[in-house]
Design a protein. Structure first.
Length: 405
């Protein structure tokens, strides 16, 4: 039995699995060390180059809310630990006002962008109307194929078996036009375009504002440079010049996705306005029915079907971009509610990771393009599972190599 266990095709794969587990542990430990310090920079919203509006107030508040948690995380988990928990290290006089500001600025911003929510409903109505203009049905056809297999019994006798199986052959594609629906679908599309042209649909242009370093006193700028070195770059010798510092401090201004989504909404409606008359003309000139038989399970359909699909693409993209801002507002205010509730509940102390993951969730929603990498915390189970999987694959290859050779 002992000799069996020492066989090389058993020992080598087992050693591979052990090494993979050790590697996973070391990687996880290194990730945890890196995550002991997360990027921390105040927003310095008071040094903004322009007057604040609901958008800049909202994003500044989300940044400050997040940084209040990050500051507490660093205080507890950095190399010079103060002990305790994130909750005990929180500056509630910073966190709670920031949470309040997230909620109040979100309400203002929702009011400014309210017409986007209204027009997104009209977009959905147009999508539903266009989606029923054509009825596309498929029927996949199969043929029976005969093949043989040979088996050998315990006495060494062979037998040949004749088998059959179903093999894909071709597909019938049928497209049927609903002319009445094609006529009625035009109106909601026109309404989308008309609403966009007359409604107040602002693009806040958050990037127009910048945090100006010359509005921050020299002592605070020196402190910001130290924070950038210690928490963003984690390099005490890093030279952080004014250009680099300005770029980092302004991440809460330049890294939002709000303006991009709203501009893409307008671009999609522009494209819809350019094409919809031609598309409906193509649909209306179509035959009532089309039938195709091809060797493919999909088909692009007649020109009129493609015209309808093209409008659907524009409308669905417009709807998504019109509602993206509200998803960000909802997500961030939900985090603000959770953080303020946890911080004021003296009966329960939430875990450090619970706090920081909530803060990161809000930050990533508000600043999808940010250079500040806050999400450094490892998922231990994922790291170990990946290492184990790699070990299994490597061990399998090694076992095969030794078995063959």
């Amino acid at each position: 039995m002992f000799e069996e266990l020492l066989r090389i095709e058993i020992v080598v794969p087992a050693a591979g699995l052990v090494c993979a587990a050790i590697a996973g542990f070391l990687v996880d430990r290194r990730q945890r060390e890196r995550a002991s310090v997360l990027p921390y920079l105040p927003s310095h919203a008071e040094a903004l180059s322009t007057v604040h509006d609901p958008a800049t107030r909202f994003f500044a508040a989300v940044h400050e809310m997040t940084m209040a948690v990050i500051e507490a995380w660093n205080a507890v988990h950095a190399r010079s630990k103060i002990g305790g928990s994130v909750e005990s290290a929180l500056h509630k006089d910073v966190l709670l006002p920031a949470c309040d500001q997230v909620r109040s600025a979100a309400r203002e911003l929702r009011e400014d962008l309210a017409n986007y929510a209204i027009i997104s409903v009209t977009c959905q109505q147009s999508i539903d109307a266009i989606d029923t203009i054509w009825n596309y049905r498929t029927q996949h056809n199969y043929r029976t194929e005969t093949y043989t297999t040979t088996t050998t019994d315990a006495d060494g006798k062979t037998q040949t078996h004749i088998n059959t199986r179903q093999v894909y052959d071709n597909t019938d594609h049928r497209f049927e036009l609903d002319r009445a629906q094609a006529t009625s679908a035009r109106q909601p599309v026109v309404e989308v375009i008309q609403q966009r042209d007359i409604a107040h649909l602002p693009v806040p242009n958050v990037r127009r504002a910048q945090v100006r370093l010359d509005r921050i006193d020299e002592a605070e700028r020196m402190f910001l440079r130290r924070l950038a070195r210690d928490t963003v770059f984690e390099d005490a010798d890093k030279n952080v010049d004014d250009k680099t510092l300005s770029r980092l401090v302004n991440q809460w201004v330049v890294a939002t996705g709000l303006d991009g989504d709203l501009n893409r909404f307008h671009a999609r409606i522009d494209q819809l306005e350019r094409r919809y008359k031609t598309d409906f003309a193509t649909i209306e000139s179509s035959e009532d029915r089309y039938a195709y038989n091809t060797g493919s399970s999909t088909h692009e359909g007649p020109p009129g079907y493609g015209a309808a699909e093209g409008m659907l693409v524009e409308l669905e993209a417009a709807r998504i971009h019109a509602t993206a801002a509200f998803e960000v507002l909802n997500r961030c205010t939900e985090v603000a509610d959770r953080l303020s509730s946890w911080a004021t509940d003296n009966g329960t102390i939430e875990s450090d990771r619970t706090y920081v993951f909530a803060a990161i969730d809000a930050y990533e929603a508000a600043f999808p393009k940010s250079e500040l990498d806050l999400n450094q915390l490892p998922k231990s189970s994922r790291t170990l599972a990946f290492a184990t999987a790699a070990g299994i694959v490597g061990s399998g290859i090694t076992w095969l190599a030794f078995t063959v050779l």
